[in-house]
Write a protein of this length. Structure first.
Length: 147
């Protein structure tokens, strides 16, 4: 395995929401020596968010934990065990750094697109001659169409 310092840290997903740090540590203790295990809490709901992180002592134990526990069923859930990625990683699917906010861009029609057609008074934006426009059904003011 690589010498990446993050390679011993494992991401464990799809855990039951009532799982605790102690249960997570006990699950991985059967595979190797666990340095730390932490479930991520959801303060709004008062429970865990269904995922956590486990630090294994060696890279070999981390690989063995992935091989043994990835796809393991706990309750009615099949858990995921993978190597944890840093928050700002270039790996697809990982969090990306915040991009600077650009100013408001002006809308431009695509190259070669025809201009929209309007007939008569452009304020009414009728698409066809005698079309619905602002007053509906081709009616015009002064022809008895409005009460």
């Amino acid at each position: 395995m690589s010498k990446d310092p993050m390679s011993k840290k494992l991401f464990v997903g799809r855990l039951p929401f009532d799982y605790t740090d102690e249960k997570l540590e006990a699950l991985f203790a059967g595979v190797g020596t666990v340095a730390s295990a932490r479930m991520i809490p959801d303060p709004k709901q008062g429970r865990t968010r269904g995922f956590g992180f486990v630090d294994m002592k060696t890279d070999e134990e981390a690989v063995a934990a992935i091989a043994k526990l990835n796809g393991h069923t706990i309750g009615d859930r099949q858990i995921w065990v993978t190597i944890a990625r840093p928050k700002n990683s270039d790996v697809p699917g990982a969090r990306r750094p915040e991009l600077p906010i650009r100013g408001k861009q002006e809308w431009k029609p695509r190259e070669g697109a025809p201009k929209p057609r309007t007939f008569g008074n452009p304020r009414f934006r009728s698409q066809k001659p005698g079309g619905s426009g602002r007053f509906g059904r081709g009616a015009r003011p002064g022809r008895g169409s409005r009460p």
